[in-house]
Design a protein around this ligand. Structure first.
Ligand code: NOJ
Length: 566
């Protein structure tokens, strides 16, 4: 069979668990999670059954954007520990057969990186061309949007050089000039340094933005003010990704997953078709942006979101890779609110069951699943009332912007309860004790008040907890080629309550049935499963999925068809 997606690869079969080090576990009482904290929980991580850990950035950084502003790529952020700690962590993971994916941030550096410190001194400095500049004598720079700027302006004036530097993110995150060969060589050197240490690959931060048209024209009208789409359309993006593959990835068995903000499904294959040799897979944003108002900052659509639209997005992204390439799937991470609050239901009576439903979904689709820390126990949004509780530059600067414009701050704070990144950055809840067992000091961000009811220790003791359900679901996926590689077929497309699909591989056929509502619903089972399937997964332990095919609120079941004997 020559269909490429059926070529087996460890990164297609692996389940990724994402660790946000700042909020995972603090070992020294300074209120900030650290590497020793992660080391102390290696057995827990391993008990989940996952195969790959993705670690958010741990390099030296002034933390303007929690580590996404790197000032030294070759050292560990002192708050997190030392290089020795890192080596212990890497060994500890490898001993447990878990691979390590590092976060690599090379669209920009910190303004405190030596390169930028030099670059900003004068136009003749050898590092000046490591970054993008607009000379002031040419007048005001063309409009470029910045994600974390109080006035959304991506150009910042620098007096010593009488020019503006480009920063798609905060003023402390100047964009690197990939047009400069030296910059690219430096980046590859950094990557090789970590791969030589034994890490197993990279999650490449906003990699779709690295190439810029350095004549900085006005943004063509057909982009319709969608800056992300324009930024992801740089003229040499594919050339750089191919070069990176040639110079770095082809020399190791490492995996690459790009954060491809702005990339649409119609050109997805041009990034991950194995013949082109660029990336192994990437994160798209269609699903996490679904249900937000277009071209507005993370404002939930007043009409909510519809299951039909949700299905359409995931089906489209499955189909793109039907014959070539490979996808990733996630419903939450450190940049998104908690998945149960966004896509499930975090009311006390539904939090557990809807968390299980979402985990069933993530682990039964054809794409590498990425599970964010805390989602394995069903953690929910913290929903801060005051801007003073926020730590994230994105929320803080957007608040300042709205305030300056005399906008509706109350409405903004309400929408942040649903969409803010800090919702997912509160510490992992280990137990019902002081600070949820995260730290003996003062936590860097508040801990969710539900910790006494939502924590690892309690869930360890409960066979039916979200945590133990997650472990069973991981096991099932690991044992089922149909769930990993099998064909996906959407059933009953128009159904606005139930998301159902089959997965088929050789003579194994499964059906996944997910009731996304808080109501009891009836589902018409397709003929070949009617009265014939064996239930192999069910998030309601007492309630079977009976012959009338009645689904309880947020019920998730997987049925297996008796094997066809050929
Ligand atoms: C994406 C990262 O995931 C996010 O946390 C960060 O703020 C931006 N890229 C900028 O690096």
């Amino acid at each position: 069979m020559s269909i490429e997606h059926r070529q087996k690869k460890w990164w297609k079969e692996g389940i990724v668990y994402q660790i946000y080090p700042r909020s995972f576990k603090d070992s020294n009482g300074d209120g900030i999670g650290d590497l020793q904290g992660i080391i102390s929980k290696l057995d827990y991580i391993s008990s989940l059954g996952i195969d790959i850990v993705w670690l958010n950035p741990i390099y030296t950084s002034p933390n303007d954007d929690n580590g996404y502003d790197i000032s030294d790529y070759y050292s560990i952020m002192p708050e997190f520990g030392t290089m020795q700690d890192f080596d212990v962590l890497l060994n500890g993971l490898h001993q447990r057969n878990i691979k390590l994916l590092m976060d690599m941030v090379v669209n920009h550096t910190s303004d405190e990186h030596f390169w930028f410190q030099e670059a900003r001194k004068s136009r003749t400095n050898p590092y000046y061309n490591y970054y993008h500049w607009w000379p002031a004598e040419n007048g005001a720079p063309p409009k470029r949007f910045s994600f974390f700027d109080e006035v959304s302006n991506a150009w910042k004036f620098n007096e010593a050089t009488n020019s503006y530097y480009l920063h798609y993110f905060s003023v402390k995150q100047p964009d690197l000039n990939w047009e400069n060969t030296e910059v690219r060589q430096e980046v590859y050197k950094i990557m090789k340094f970590w791969l030589d240490k034994g890490v197993d690959g990279f999650r490449l931060d906003v990699i779709s933005f690295i190439s810029k048209d350095i004549s900085f024209p006005e943004i063509p009208i057909h982009y319709n003010n969608d800056f992300s789409r324009y930024y992801a359309d740089g003229p040499y993006l594919h050339k750089y990704l191919q070069e990176m593959n040639r110079e770095v990835f082809s020399k190791y068995d490492g995996m690459s997953v790009g954060e491809c903000v702005g990339v649409q499904s119609d050109n997805a294959l041009s990034f991950v078709d194995a013949d082109i040799k660029e990336l192994d897979m990437f994160f798209h944003f269609d699903s996490v942006n679904y249900g937000y108002t277009k071209n507005e900052f993370k404002r939930p659509d007043k009409n909510g979101w519809k299951l039909g639209g949700f299905k359409e997005i995931f089906t489209k992204w499955n189909d793109v890779f039907a014959e070539k390439g490979w996808g990733s799937i996630y419903l939450g991470n450190h940049d998104q609110p908690r998945m149960v609050s966004r896509w499930g239901n975090d009311a006390p009576e539904y939090r557990e069951v809807s968390s299980k439903l979402l985990l069933t979904f993530l682990l039964s689709m054809r794409a590498t699943p990425y599970i964010y820390q805390g989602d394995e126990i069903g953690m929910a949004n913290i929903k801060f009332d005051s801007i003073d509780d926020y730590r994230d530059i994105e929320s803080i600067n957007m608040y300042a912007q709205i305030k300056k414009q005399g906008g509706d701050l109350k409405e903004f704070l309400e929408s942040q309860k649903i969409t803010a990144r800090d919702n997912a950055r509160t510490p992992l809840q280990w137990n019902a004790e002081l600070n949820a067992g995260f730290t003996r000091g003062v936590p860097w961000i508040k801990i969710n008040a539900d910790a006494p009811y939502v924590n690892v220790a309690d869930q360890e003791k409960d066979e039916n907890s979200v945590l133990n359900y997650f472990r069973r679901m991981v096991l099932l996926r690991n044992q089922s080629p149909a769930l990993i590689y099998g064909d996906y077929e959407l059933i009953d497309k128009e159904n606005e309550q139930v998301y159902a699909y089959t997965r088929m591989w050789n003579n194994e056929k499964l059906i996944v049935v997910l009731n996304f509502t808080n109501e009891v619903v009836q589902f018409s089972m397709p003929a070949d499963f009617l009265h014939r399937g064996t239930i192999i997964m069910n998030n309601y332990n007492q309630v079977g999925f009976n012959y009338h095919n009645i689904l309880e609120p947020y019920q998730a079941v997987i049925l297996q068809k008796p094997a066809i004997n050929i």
